[in-house]
Design a protein around this ligand. Sequence first.
Ligand code: SF4
Length: 477
Amino acid sequence: MSPNKSSGPATSEPFDVDFERLEEVIPRYDASGPRYTSYPTAPSWNDDFGVEDYRSALQRTAERTSSEVALYAHVPFCRSLCHFCACNRVITRKEELPKRYLEIIDKEIRAVRESIPSNPTTSQLHWGGGTPTHLSPDQIQTLFRSMTDAFPLSEGAEVSIEVDPRVTTQDQINTLADCGFNRISMGVQDLDEKVQEAIHRIQPLEQTLFIADAARKRGMESVNLDLIYGLPFQTVDSFSNTLDKVLDVSPDRIALYAYAHVAWKAKQQRSFDEKDLPDPTTRLRIMLMAIKRFIDAGYIYIGMDHFARPDDELCIARNERSLRRNFMGYTTQSGVDLLGFGPSAISELHDSYIQSSRDLPDWEARVEDTGFATMRGHLLSDDDQRRRWIIANLFCHGELRSEDYEARFGGNFSSLYADELTRLEPMLADELIAIEPNGSITLTSVGRLLVRNVAMTFDAYLAEQQKSSQQLFSKTI
Ligand code: SF4
């Protein structure tokens, strides 16, 4: 192994990367593209998809599957605005808003529950935002009861929450642990003071340490930290200093996201002077340095921004080819339908995507009216389902076995996707992928970092979306 190569521990396949080669290859693939938390991606969903379509999809799902569901609640409130943020959030300190939100989301949960003729339990529950710990301990209990009274937790359920260490208290951690939350995820982003000032998020390391420690003491199994590269004033050295401190926290999982500069739609990002953002080469070097540091520290690259300790269930699931991915991220829960609640929440059923209104007052009014706030959705065609399966295999397993495709869907993979295989040839030449004579595709370590670009080849909607005058997706690097 050359000195600039690293490999992960033996519990997963090696993640051998020649970092010098990576620095040469990656800029050729620095395009805009989807993150593929869904296929088709949201810009191709249909605004005519309404409440009755959602109800029918729930009926079909209950007839077809499964005794378990995954639940997501979007808690949109935050106390102050981080200037990099492109999430759907409401900045407020008013107490009436969360109070009313809890009444409305309870109605929404009940309406969905009443539309499902079976009695599913919950194998995965996640709260995101916004800031779920904007809710007081009593409010946390209220929301938790609304969800689990309707859909009781399965034995051993994965119960997770995103918390903001700046506003989270010991009382809230105690309440979460008492409810049964067993995983916690914290936004850290960057610990450099100059960067924190620029992004309007002052968060001393002590706050993160306190919450990590409190969660572990209360028996939570997993502590995840989120970081962002590409923020104003970041340099390779400054981010390396951040990583020294982050690795000292010993997180079980780390997510390293690229800052998505989408100032045309996220107005607060206009407060950044673009000259203060790291240039593309620096941004790339920060990313590569961080990946190398995580791998050298013993973390396994799960895929698409995510790293975990070798004994983490995500690593085990990846090794066993049972890893899945949904709107909440990578998960070990396979074949489970996802029901989303709250403004902008997305539900994913076996043949449909459904999204609720993003606007808090509109979401409230719609739920008051019908119990649902469906804003748009998509009924997957047969071709959509095939391509969704292909893209999920690339993201979760780093490969696509043509024999698995043919066993599941029929037909001859390499004939059906002859055009796509031809378009993959430059990636073959750049050693992002290997292709077998039968059309099976395996991503190399470099290719796993560029999985979005490989997946884009199989996206039947992308060419049309790219004609839009609006930039719809962030950069893939
Ligand atoms: S706390 Fe999270 S959701 Fe709220 S503004 Fe900051 S980054 Fe966005």
